[in-house]
Write a protein that binds this ligand. Structure first.
Ligand code: ACO
Length: 334
């Protein structure tokens, strides 16, 4: 097994203050708490107040990650922000994050891979550090999905929430915990364009620029064929996770935890059981935060580490799938 080149030096997350429960949604659309809990596992989600933008949440999470890493913003060599809900189409949200955390002059850019965004970002950060091109890379997964959800569409509005999670990735430096080298051990990234239309925000780009008609047709909102995603999610999460384990000559039995993207409790339950892992190894917070897309994994991992559930030296498998469809996985030793 090769020694990890990079590791997560610090993490942080931010959840906005407004709690929207299933019973709040019962007053907005034709749905029920029972349906949402049974089909998704979600009981409530967080919503950002009107005054808040995506980069505010990202910066809040990033500051906590830097604090834990005992680094300053000026120590960052790059800022990667994974989001499908940027502050504005141009420039990148990462630019505003750079300003808000006080980082100077480091390349800052966004990465659009929807729910797989954080795992993609972690994989890129690992490659940059492994190659020697960068020392410290900030990877943020952040979404303000409540602004792009059609709150009259019961098939999507019950699923999504807002939030941010951040990790400062740096050289592994031979760090050990419980006789295990700490760091990012393997990553996998995949995209299959054949299901590109299953989950989209169709308007606002060059294909269908914003116009009164586009707004009337709600082309600026999320459009999803949930069943298409559901079927492929279980299969792809399982195969990508297996590939990341195969790269290391490991099996599910070598893992302490699985930290899956919180899309739907049924999807992650099925994927985990197909991997042959017991359910008590699965981390979850979907009940409280819903699907926060690219923010989902870093929020869950940070919560689990800070609560003491996941300990230094634990081996964690992360896996995520979302619009694109793009999916990926990573095995790390915390
Ligand atoms: N409340 C009550 N009834 C509902 C609701 C609701 N909120 N939503 C749908 N229904 C109804 C449907 O209209 C349908 O009614 P019908 O049988 O009379 O036609 C019935 O419930 C069943 O609908 P399905 O779509 O078959 O329900 P399903 O069990 O597939 O659950 C869900 C829907 C939760 C969307 C599921 O398909 C899913 O989670 N898909 C994956 C979503 C996902 O992971 N997206 C990718 C990540 S997000 C990203 O990348 C940004």
């Amino acid at each position: 097994m090769t020694q990890p080149a990079s590791r997560i030096l610090g993490m942080g997350h931010f959840l906005p203050p407004i709690v929207r429960t299933n019973s709040d949604l019962e007053k907005m659309v034709d749905t029920s708490d029972a349906w949402i809990v049974e089909r998704t596992g979600i009981r409530e989600r967080r919503i950002a107040p009107e005054s808040m933008v995506t980069s505010d949440m990202a910066a809040a999470a990033a500051k906590l990650a830097l604090e834990q890493a005992e680094l300053e913003a000026k120590d960052l060599d790059m800022i990667l922000v994974a989001t499908v809900t940027p502050d504005v189409p141009m420039p990148a949200t990462a630019v505003f994050v750079q300003e808000k955390i006080g980082a100077s002059n480091c390349p800052s850019m966004d990465l659009s891979a929807a729910c797989a965004g954080f795992v993609f970002g972690l994989s890129l950060a690992d490659s940059l550090i492994r190659s020697g091109a960068m020392r410290h890379v900030l990877v943020v997964g952040v979404e303000l999905l409540s602004r792009v959800v059609d709150w009259s569409d019961r098939t999507t509005c019950v699923l999504f929430g807002d939030g941010a999670g951040a990790a400062v990735v740096g050289p592994a430096g031979g760090a050990m915990a419980r006789d295990r080298p700490r760091g990012i051990m393997s990553t996998r990234m995949n995209t299959d364009a054949t299901l590109a239309n299953s989950l989209t925000i169709p308007g606002g780009g060059s294909a269908r620029p914003m116009s009164p008609i586009a707004l009337e047709q709600k082309l600026n909102k999320i459009h999803m064929r949930g069943q298409d995603i559901f079927k492929v999610a279980v299969k792809n999460l399982q195969s990508s996770s297996q590939a990341a384990l195969d790269d290391l000559g490991m099996t599910g039995a070598d893992l302490d935890w699985i930290c899956p993207h919180q899309a739907n409790l049924r999807i992650i339950d099925l994927a985990v059981s197909k991997l042959g892992l017991p359910r008590d190894k699965m981390l979850t917070n979907i009940e409280r935060v819903g699907n926060t897309s690219s923010a989902s994994i870093p929020i869950l991992l940070d919560e689990s580490v800070k609560s003491g559930k996941v300990r230094p030296g634990d081996r964690v498998l992360m896996c995520a799938l979302g619009a694109g469809i793009s999916w990926g996985s990573a095995v790390i030793t915390v």
